[in-house]
Design a protein around this ligand. Structure first.
Ligand code: OSB
Ligand code: MG
Length: 374
């Protein structure tokens, strides 16, 4: 296989409902789409779903564009490869920049699956025909508004709800949601917003009494030791997200018992090959995984659905339908959840057609290696 042409689109789509986490609020999202055209004309797509600002991880839309333009595009164009792993090995010397790498990894896997006539899910070794989706709800101005959001999602059939928490927005909203929905599969995500203090320990004890499925990333990404110490005091499993950017981090988590659930994000781990490896290691260790999201457009969302079809993705994934976030997605059909369940496509590759006209209409920047060569 050889990629002869790459196009990189910076695309902005408005969000249907603003989203707030412990660190910021957003109303529209800009992601980069990678279009890789193979020598015989076959096309694969990937998505770089980095947030605009370095508040989730160190990358930004601008750093992703720079790394893509300077390093990943030159590494990917013109190289001959048989497997996505082989193409990805061309950028092993680039440290970090996992989101940027993930966009190219997804495009390579899409091409690889299409050329074999397989769905991306089966090409990755997926076995599920459908994936249970959960929704992630941001911090709302009031508990009443949060309850309205929870009601809307539960009414559309989602059976797992994750609430973003932060110091000052934790025990009270969680208690209110739990009181309204005693049986709901409920979990919380702090995005590393808590300091390792006595006050936090007491918040965590109160949350531990709320029957949560997990408490995600309470402490800073690098603080495995604080997570391990907290896990020893809780019966609720801790789930790590931001902490785990590579397989070595996963070994640290398992060795220290710093978490008992793993959130696998294709973006955060640098692509589908690494995500699958993390899945396999967690499975061997008896640690359940689920697929986290970054508010992906349809391309990244379809990749998330595909990886979620692997057997150890036993917890609901953040692969809610596109319509929860975007009025019109960049893929046709959009990713759809029916009663909180997404069907895994069986058609080749990602299983969705990219609406290139819509991509172009919303593009704020385009790089085309074919144009550059002229
Ligand atoms: O921690 O899962 C997170 C979005 C941006 C940054 C971090 C996170 C999120 C989400 C997205 O929760 C959920 C989704 O894509 O459905
Ligand atoms: Mg998270």
């Amino acid at each position: 296989m050889r990629i002869d042409r790459l196009r990189l689109f910076e695309v902005n789509l408005p969000l249907v409902h603003g989203f707030e986490t412990s660190s910021h609020r957003k109303t529209g999202l800009t992601h980069l789409l990678v279009e890789a055209t193979e020598a015989d004309g076959r096309v694969g797509w990937g998505e770089i779903a980095s947030p605009a600002d370095p508040f989730y991880g160190p990358e930004t839309t601008a750093t992703a564009w720079t790394i893509a333009e300077r390093y990943l595009v030159p590494a990917a164009v013109g190289a001959t490869w048989e497997t996505p792993e082989e193409l990805e090995s061309r950028w092993y010397r680039i440290r970090g920049h996992e989101f940027a790498k993930a966009g190219f990894s997804i495009a390579a896997w899409d091409l690889h699956a299409r050329s074999a006539g397989l769905s991306l899910a089966s090409s990755l070794g997926g076995t599920r025909t459908e994936v249970t989706a959960g929704v992630s709800l941001g911090i709302e101005p009031t508990v009443d508004e949060l309850l309205t959001q929870v009601a809307r999602q539960v009414d559309s059939g989602y059976s797992r709800v994750k609430l973003k928490i932060a110091p000052g927005w934790d025990v009270a909203p969680v208690r209110a949601v739990r009181a309204a929905y005693p049986e709901l599969d409920l979990h919380v995500d702090a995005n590393g917003a808590y300091a390792d203090t006595d006050e936090t320990a007491s918040v965590m004890r109160s949350l531990d009494a709320q029957g949560l499925t997990m408490i995600e990333q309470p402490y800073a990404p690098r603080d495995f030791v604080a997570h391990a110490r907290l896990q020893r005091t809780l019966s609720t499993p801790i789930c790590l997200d931001e902490s785990i950017v590579d397989v070595a981090d996963l070994h640290t988590m398992l060795t220290l018992d710093a978490g008992r659930v793993l959130n696998i994000k294709v973006s955060r781990m640098g692509g589908l090959t690494a995500a699958r490896r993390a899945h396999d290691i967690a499975q061997d260790a008896g640690v359940p995984v689920w697929c986290g999201g970054m508010h992906e457009f349809g391309v990244g969302r379809a990749a998330n659905v595909a990886i979620s079809s692997l057997p150890n993705f036993t917890l609901p994934s953040d692969v809610s339908g596109s319509d929860k976030y975007y009025a019109r997605d960049v893929v046709v059909p959009p990713v759809l959840a029916d009663q909180g369940v997404v069907q895994v496509p069986v058609s080749p590759g990602l299983g969705h057609v990219v609406d290139v006209d819509w991509v172009r209409q919303n593009a704020t920047r385009i790089l085309d290696t074919a144009a550059a060569a002229v």
